[in-house]
Ligand binder design. Sequence first.
Ligand code: SF4
Length: 76
Amino acid sequence: MKIVKIAHYREKCIGCNSCVEQAPDNWIISKSDGKSVLLGSKLKKDIFVKEITLDQLDSNIKAARDCPVRIIKILK
Ligand code: SF4
């Protein structure tokens, strides 16, 4: 199954919850700082990166599209 990478530039997150609504399997809001967390991601040079499977792609494309500060990137 093809794997796609997504990236979260978390520092600029404003905690709007939109990504959680679009892709609740991959995103939650942190109770400690109010920003979203890309579940299962790894921190690489200030960017949280995660590999997702194709069945998770559509919901994360929507999350990236609707993020008001454009900090979710689909890397392919
Ligand atoms: S949609 Fe963007 S700004 Fe809103 S919580 Fe998710 S990553 Fe943060």
